[in-house]
Design a protein around this ligand. Structure first.
Ligand SMILES: [Zn+2]
Ligand SMILES: [Zn+2]
Length: 167
């Protein structure tokens, strides 16, 4: 989806709105994927001396928990606003993605902002206890090595033999 930003900056009189979905299934994200189509709402509002752009993104991010590797599915929804003056797109510091024809590339804009929005470390829950360093099972499930009192647990049995040897 494209939006003719330069044209709108010069003679946009009425608000311009567009809702669409983008498929980022094949796109490259740092440490996660976005398998479901992303809902994007974009609007441009002409002002006295500038144009206000509003971008709303609703997405689902898929990853593995950074601590226990369990699959994580996290909704990521956010809104961004920019005030653009007519001279801005010609500036070298202009950060919004312009296509070759000078139009704003809205798919690319949604991608850029999504990458900025998603947390660098995703967890299955904020208090995920991670994996047991002994058996590699999720600690939350309560692995055998954590049941200290259980005499029949093999890890405990080995430990008690080791203790006897050390005495
Ligand atoms: Zn986890
Ligand atoms: Zn364990």
């Amino acid at each position: 989806m494209q939006f003719d930003l330069k044209q709108f900056l010069h003679n946009g009189r009425e608000p311009w709105r567009q809702s669409f979905t983008v498929d980022f299934g094949g796109a490259d994200f740092p440490g996660y994927s976005v398998d479901e189509p992303v809902s994007v709402e974009f609007a441009a509002y002409p002002g006295e001396a500038d144009v206000e752009l509003v971008l709303k993104v609703e997405s689902q991010v898929c990853a593995s928990c950074a601590r226990c590797l369990a699959p994580v599915r996290q909704p990521v929804c956010f809104e961004r606003r920019w005030l653009i003056r007519p001279s801005d797109p010609d500036s070298e510091e202009f950060e919004l993605p312009l296509a070759e024809n000078g139009a704003l590339d809205l798919d690319e804009l949604a991608y850029q902002e999504l990458v900025l929005e998603v947390e660098p470390v995703l967890l299955c829950s904020p208090d995920c206890q991670g994996l047991c360093p002994v058996c590699g099972q999720p600690k939350a499930a309560g692995c055998a090595c954590q049941r200290q009192a259980g005499d029949d647990a093999p890890a405990d049995a080995r430990l008690s033999i080791l203790k006897q040897l050390l005495q």
